[in-house]
Design a binder for this molecule. Structure first.
Ligand code: NDP
Ligand code: GDR
Length: 343
């Protein structure tokens, strides 16, 4: 039975990858950072089949311990401060986790079990300002955010550990990929959740940033299979994973709102808070190398993806009564509470 350690198992990709590896018969370990309230929403359904290890990307000793406990054949390093917008107000934290955290992970592998195969979650944000389209493995990087800069650093560290220490280290340059498990602040999920809530009468408007930015959006379930394929090859390498289609945020709005019979123009409000200091205008990936060498192809198309997310958000919003789920306020004016306070 092969053994895999996934960092970022509670995130979107980590949860799909864990399911995929369990399906393949792996023993799956997941690194989880301590939070005041544990967040297992994405992996609740498989918690009895994965083994959780406490650790943090910023704490090398915890990563060494995680490798010792899991004794992995494969490590998938998916953990990061992954939200581009947060990387401007929190550039140091982003560097600490998304850049240095990767060196910590590489060091843990090198020191404890250098035969481990290593996957690094690199990003199309490394391409940043358009140099050429479509973007492929040889396209020069020009990152446009502290997040993109951190990912360029970690990408080159992964390549460097491969070349310096002969680690089987691969870097997957993945373009945007989404799903019903996408974090709520990312643009696709923000839109599909708002569409569901507007349709159900729970929300009146949707405040957005730049509608002209274009992204190459795929389905996360398809993309985690590419990660696994990279680690099954005879030699380690880097691959672009993308759909080869690009759509604007405006098109995303059109597809999502029209699916429930609404016109986005009636609800969307421009809000400066969601415009970025520097934008990545156009992402369009060429994953020809992955197609030829890994035999990888995406299955889910853009419209199908967005409709799947809207359907899921309608179900989620119907299922939970927001009021009932919130913590009830503690009533200090209640006579019983007042009596206990005066004791
Ligand atoms: P998510 O934001 O959904 O998940 C990030 C994960 O990292 C979460 O499990 C989070 O834990 C964990 N994490 C954050 N900080 C730490 C830390 N200090 N120590 C340990 N774990 C930590 O991201 P995605 O699943 O979407 O993306 C996975 C990876 O792929 C990321 O590295 C991202 O940058 C990269 N990527 C993503 C793309 C996409 O379109 N989704 C495209 C290209 C690259 P917690 O639940 O506690 O927050
Ligand atoms: P991105 O994803 O920055 O591409 O990074 P995000 O969904 O946040 O933004 C995509 C584009 O939409 C524009 N936009 C808005 N974005 C958000 N979040 N909220 C808004 O209101 C809004 N209005 C317009 C943005 O300006 C941007 O152009 C994602 C992350 O998953 C990274 O971790 C990953 O590396 C890259 O994809 C590839």
């Amino acid at each position: 039975m092969k053994r895999a350690l996934i960092t970022g198992i509670t995130g979107q990709d980590g949860s799909y990858l864990a399911e995929f590896l369990l399906h393949k018969g792996y023993r799956v370990f997941g690194l989880r950072r301590r939070t005041s309230t544990p967040n297992y929403t994405n992996i609740e359904h498989i918690l009895d089949r994965v083994e959780i290890i406490d650790g943090d990307l910023s704490d090398l000793s915890s990563l060494i311990r995680a490798i010792q406990i899991s004794d992995p054949d494969e490590v998938y390093n998916l953990a990061a401060q992954s939200y581009v917008e947060t990387s401007w107000p929190q550039p140091l934290l982003t560097s600490e986790l998304t850049a240095i955290g990767v060196t910590n992970m590489l060091e843990a592998v090198r020191l404890v079990k250098p035969t481990t195969r290593f996957y690094q979650a690199s990003s199309s944000e490394m391409f940043g300002k358009v140099q050429e389209t479509p973007q492929k493995e040889t396209t020069p990087f020009y990152p446009r955010s502290p997040y993109g800069v951190a990912k360029v650093y970690s990408h080159w560290m992964t390549v460097n550990y491969r070349e310096s220490f002969n680690l089987f280290a691969c870097s997957g340059i993945l373009f945007n990929h989404e799903s019903p498990r996408r974090g709520i602040e990312f643009v696709t999920r923000k839109v599909t959740n708002a569409v569901a809530r507007i349709k159900l009468g729970l929300q009146q408007e949707l405040r957005m940033g730049n509608l002209e930015a274009r992204r190459d959006w795929g389905f996360a379930g398809d993309y985690v299979q590419a990660m696994w394929l990279m680690l099954q090859q005879n030699t380690p390498d880097d691959y672009v994973i993308a759909t080869g289609e690009t759509h604007s945020v405006r098109e995303l709005l059109e597809v999502a709102f029209s699916y429930v019979g609404l016109d986005y123009k009636d609800y969307v409000v421009n809000d400066e808070r969601f415009h970025r200091p520097a934008e990545v205008d156009l992402l369009l990936g060429d994953s020809d190398k992955a197609k030829k060498q890994l035999g990888w192809e995406r299955r889910v198309g853009f419209v199908q993806l967005i409709q799947m997310m809207v359907d899921s958000d309608i179900q989620l919003n119907q299922a939970k009564s927001y009021g009932a789920l919130k913590q009830q306020a503690y009533d200090f004016s209640d006579p019983l509470v007042a009596a206990s306070l005066s004791d």
